[in-house]
Design a protein around this ligand. Structure first.
Ligand SMILES: Cc1ncc(COP(=O)(O)O)c(C=O)c1O
Length: 379
């Protein structure tokens, strides 16, 4: 185990003053029916199988905690990320069996890959828009699913703007995972797809989960998981949302009690989570269901990727990309702070759930992070 781990710290921590979890309220925004239809459909897909729920059976000893469960989404179909559950499912639902339509989407990477796969599965044409910041490796992965990839100058928002413009002009069908007041159906379907992870977990362990760490970009994955918790878990755990320091839009929104756009000073290495504004339905779900928000810097990402691979946390070798690290980093950081550890009631009775959201979805970056972690530990 890395001896420097006891120096890890979170960059901010917030207690949600408006916390008031209500299953009924959560399921008002993502209904039981929507959640159940997603499970019924996706679990019938060829090659569907639940991803492993691993036990970080070395880290729990180090931190003096009960169990630390790690949902390993690197094994999600052949897409290596939980996003496979969202976009592809939404494509199937919105295309309603039609064959002569073109699907479009803007993406930071994994969502577009899922949409492209969903279109390919159904024999539909697909146009995926990416910003100048999306890596070549991610572009190649999307192209493998037969989509045309259009690279747009500027950031994610520029790619979305261009996608919307061309979609309107050409009569394509857009499949976006971000909702606003005029666009709710597809994001809702996407989140319902993500809630499957919780259904699987509820079958994979009979231990009561006491704490869940959910990483957030626009909040879709976190809110979809919270809806799954409301639907499937018998007891509601403490819900902790984790974001990169430079993109803590959920933390800011919860602090202010309203959806708040932030300015990203520097893009986080956790690219899928580098978002400046929440999606609307996730906001409605997370604003009261979240107990705590934590933000973390990028500086332990490489180390954590390396430690997952070198069996430092578990007897299993785990392939976890950059977005698989925030749960572990924040858990360790919180345990290093006695006051926060107490506030969260983190102790030997705790059963913690962490999401390893992606594997080596960006192969080049994964290799770089492994190399960096090796160098850090050689020094
Ligand atoms: C690869 C990846 N993309 C995106 C996200 C963020 O999801 P969302 O934008 O739905 O909050 C995550 C969450 O950790 C992720 O792992």
């Amino acid at each position: 185990m890395n001896s420097k781990m006891n120096r890890w710290r979170s960059s901010s921590f917030l207690i949600n003053k408006r916390f008031n979890f209500s299953r009924k309220e959560v399921l008002k925004y993502l209904s039981k029916k929507t959640i159940d239809s997603a499970y019924n459909k996706i679990s019938s897909w060829k090659n569907y199988k639940p991803t492993p729920l691993l036990n970080l059976n070395k880290l729990n000893k180090k931190l003096k905690l009960g169990n630390i469960f790690y949902k390993d989404e690197s094994k999600r179909f052949h897409l290596k990320s939980f996003k496979a559950l969202g976009g592809a499912y939404a494509v199937e639902k919105v295309s309603k069996g039609k064959k002569n339509i073109t699907i479009s989407s803007a993406t930071a990477g994994n969502h577009g890959r899922s949409v492209a796969w969903g279109a390919q599965r159904l024999g539909l044409k697909c146009k995926i828009f990416i910003s100048q910041y999306v890596s070549k490796a991610r572009e190649i992965e999307i192209k493998k699913f037969g989509a045309d990839v259009i690279r747009v100058k500027g950031d994610y928002e520029s790619s979305l703007k261009e996608c919307k413009k061309l979609t309107k002009k050409n009569g394509w069908q857009i499949v976006q995972d971000v909702s606003d007041k005029n666009y709710k159906l597809v994001p809702r379907l996407t989140m319902a797809g993500y809630s499957i992870m919780i259904k699987e977990i509820s079958n994979q362990t009979n231990k009561y989960i006491t704490h869940v760490f959910l990483q957030a970009g626009v909040g879709g994955m976190a809110a979809g998981s919270v809806a799954g918790i409301a639907r499937y878990f018998k007891r509601i755990p403490k819900i902790i949302v984790v974001e990169p320091t430079n993109a803590a839009c959920v933390l800011k929104s919860i602090e202010k009690g309203k959806m708040t756009k932030i300015k990203i000073k520097k893009e986080s290495i956790m690219g899928g989570m580098s978002c400046n504004e929440m999606s609307l339905i996730p906001w409605h779900i997370l604003k009261k269901a979240t107990n705590f928000c934590v933000s973390i810097d990028d500086n332990q990402v490489a180390n954590t990727v390396g430690m997952l691979a070198s069996k430092s946390f578990s007897t299993n070798k785990i392939i976890g990309g950059e977005c698989s690290t925030p749960g572990i980093i924040s858990l360790i950081s919180l345990c290093n702070n006695k006051k926060l550890k107490n506030i969260l009631n983190l102790d030997e009775k705790s059963n913690i759930l962490i999401f390893g959201c992606e594997g080596d979805a960006d192969k080049d970056l994964y290799k770089k992070l492994l190399l960096k972690s090796k160098k850090l530990n050689d020094n």
